[in-house]
Write a protein that binds this ligand. Structure first.
Ligand code: NCD
Length: 310
């Protein structure tokens, strides 16, 4: 008998709108599980999830861990900085080592674009991309879409402005694919040196100032400057950036009155977003975090559950 084909979640690009909408629907069920007094269902009992984080993470790692645990899977966390990667072990050998322990899902965050895809060659587990270099961060885009849908009851026809360091952002790339696929209008803004040329081909309007992007926006999604990926002089200074591109009340006033303010985190307060806005009434930054657990539960369920929804 041939092995059942394992599916992976490596990117949003190339996926079908109906499949992703269905995933968001499943996440609604799991949001309710997380809000109960007993936040656990037996759905993934006997399954093993290994979180392999070769890059720093707060939200993504903890929410994948909680997602697995709330589904009753056995969850192991592996960190690049405390593993044999530090001793020179290759990704291939690390994956093969994990594979020998029969995991059902490998959740991988890696600084190299394409690393999760590469890993699929050395494991029969389902692989989930938890952010790969400057490529994609599919579960972040899904939790962002979920958060918008919860608040606005729809995605089609909304104007979403994504502002900041677009060039180095896997969040921007996954969101551009997903939000456009689900019918939203996506506009982006950032300093000219941080705007990749291929974006317009995705059907995204690109500005080198934030004001025209924010005009009439239903959602303002602010992104962090990815200092760790810039490694050079693409920006004059953080202060200058905050002055020209940071979200303040004056700029937010250009958007619709009920504009949602989003940020994937981690926030650099006073740089890409002013603290009064990050903590203000339009901010849904912590709703995004809550949605992250629900969406990741839906992803794990879809990849390896043999039981119906709880
Ligand atoms: C993002 C990431 O790691 O890509 N954060 C996250 O997963 N919530 C964005 C960032 O690091 O700025």
């Amino acid at each position: 008998m041939s092995e059942p084909e394992r599916r992976h979640l490596l990117q949003i690009e190339g996926q079908k709108a109906e499949d992703l909408t269905q995933l968001l629907d499943v996440a609604e069920t799991f949001l309710q599980v997380s809000r109960r007094a007993v936040k656990k269902v037996p759905t993934l009992r006997g399954k093993t999830v290994i979180n392999m984080f070769f890059e720093a993470s707060t939200r993504t790692r903890t929410s994948f861990e909680l997602a697995g645990k709330r589904l009753s899977a056995d969850v192991i966390n592996f960190s690049g900085s405390t593993s044999s990667t530090k001793k020179g072990e290759t990704l291939r050998d690390t994956i093969a080592t994990m594979e020998a322990m029969h995991p059902d899902v490998l959740v991988i965050r890696h600084g190299a674009s394409g690393a999760p895809h590469h890993a699929t060659n050395y494991t029969s587990a389902a692989v989930v991309n938890a952010g790969d270099g400057m490529h994609e961060h599919p579960t972040q885009a899904l939790l962002d879409a979920f958060t918008i849908r919860q608040r606005k009851k729809k995605l089609a026809g909304l104007r979403v402005a994504i502002c900041g360091d677009i060039a180095h952002s896997r969040v921007a790339r996954s969101n551009a694919h997903l939000l456009r696929l689900l019918g939203a209008e996506v506009v982006m803004a950032g300093p000219g040196t941080l705007l990749p040329v291929e974006l317009e081909a995705l059907g995204v309007t690109v500005y080198d100032r934030v004001e025209p992007a924010l005009e009439g926006a239903d959602v303002a999604m602010m992104l962090r400057i990815q200092q760790e990926r810039i490694g050079g002089a693409l920006l004059p200074s953080t202060r200058e950036y905050a002055r020209q591109f940071g979200l303040n009340q004056e700029r937010l006033a250009l958007a619709k009155d009920d504009c949602l303010v989003m940020h994937p985190g981690p926030i650099n307060r006073g740089v890409e977003i002013n603290p009064d806005i990050a903590d203000g009434k339009r901010s849904v930054i912590l709703d995004q975090v809550e949605a992250g657990v629900a969406v990741r539960m839906a992803v794990l369920w879809q990849l390896c559950a043999e039981e119906p929804l709880p």
